[in-house]
Design a protein around this ligand. Structure first.
Ligand code: BTN
Length: 326
């Protein structure tokens, strides 16, 4: 029945304004009339809206759900999101992506969920993933380069996400090294990249992306309420998660294709321009130690360059905070 529902949608969406006789629909799809009616009922329950006038029907609108049907509709990518595993509730889309990749899932396969019960963040943190409030997606990559070239994928992913979000909130988006996306200085998205590799070979990379889209400020738990935000809150506009996800996939793929050719070289000017840390006094915490200095650059490998007491440090991971001016 779900397959029939998908075929009905395809047909009605092809000419959205045209009214089609339900009888003709059943003939065109070679499906029994009661089955067509039952499929239309299912589509209604999923949130699709149709205009029905006696026995004629036309497409009005689709719901903002992260289903394979909605994501793949007019998705303009070459390979990203061509295979979609969409779930309602999972522990973590990254964990499912690992399982699929271990079984041979192709590059560009994506896993999405409406809700995560154990969403993972960087540095062992959790990612708050309430139902239908955000985008929770993991992308499987199978780059041909060696594991030492993988670290830059984090900031590359952040750039792809930031570019998509910039379409909705122009001039308000920044990247906080290595992979946070800020709007008006607050965190609205994050990327968790996980690598499976042997000595000299990458088996696969999972790029897990979490975007806060619809949360109101009171929707965040207390520990996040001072630092987190959502795209909808910062723009004051109603945002379609499906449309945003499609834009993320397009931008992500563009950046990834650039990265496969030239690593970060072509992306660095934009990464630097959008960085929230450059030329700021920052504190780096890593391995239980803290260093304060000036963040001066992000290099070709994606490392942050900090000058501390005259020493130039190249930092590949850790947590960086801007030192507040007194
Ligand atoms: C961070 O900023 O700490 C990274 C957050 C990454 C969250 C996403 S949501 C989809 C994917 N699945 C997970 O469990 N985590 C990532």
């Amino acid at each position: 029945m779900e397959q029939l529902a998908d075929r009905i949608l395809l047909l009605l969406r092809f000419q959205p304004k045209r009214k089609i006789e339900i009888n003709d629909l059943s003939k065109k799809l070679k499906a029994e009339l009661p089955n067509v009616k039952a499929a239309l009922k299912i589509l209604n329950e999923w949130g699709y809206k149709f205009l029905q006038d006696k026995n004629k029907i036309s497409f009005v609108s689709a719901p903002d759900i992260l289903s394979a049907t909605e994501i793949s509709h007019q998705l303009k990518t070459k390979f990203t999101g061509k295979v979609i595993h969409s779930f309602n509730t999972v522990k973590s889309t990254n964990d499912i992506a690992h399982q699929l990749a271990d079984k041979g899932a192709v590059e560009g396969t994506i896993v999405t969920a409406e809700k995560q019960t154990l969403g993972k963040g960087r540095l062992g943190r959790s990612w708050h993933s309430p139902e239908k409030m955000g985008i929770y997606v993991s992308i499987i990559l199978r780059p041909k380069f060696t594991p030492d070239q993988a670290p830059g994928l984090s900031i590359m992913s952040a750039l792809g996400v930031a570019e998509a979000m910039n379409e909705y909130a122009p001039k308000k988006v920044q990247i906080k090294w290595p992979n946070d996306i800020l709007i008006n200085g607050r965190k609205a998205a994050g990327v968790l990249t996980e690598l499976s590799a042997e000595k000299n070979k990458i088996n696969y990379v999972i790029a897990g992306i979490g975007i806060n889209v619809k949360q109101s400020q009171s929707g965040f738990p207390l520990n996040l309420s001072g630092t987190a935000t959502s795209l909808q809150q910062e723009t004051g506009k109603e945002i379609s998660r499906v449309e945003l996800l499609k834009l993320v996939l397009v931008n992500f793929e563009k950046e990834y294709l650039r990265y496969r050719k030239n690593q970060l070289i072509k992306s660095l000017p934009r990464i630097r321009k959008w960085s929230s840390l450059l030329n700021q006094e920052v504190t780096l915490q890593w391995n239980g130690a803290a260093v304060t200095g000036t963040a001066v650059d992000i290099d070709r490998s994606g490392s942050l360059i900090i000058i501390s007491k005259g020493n130039r440090m190249s930092v590949s991971s850790g947590e960086v905070t801007v030192v507040k001016k007194q």
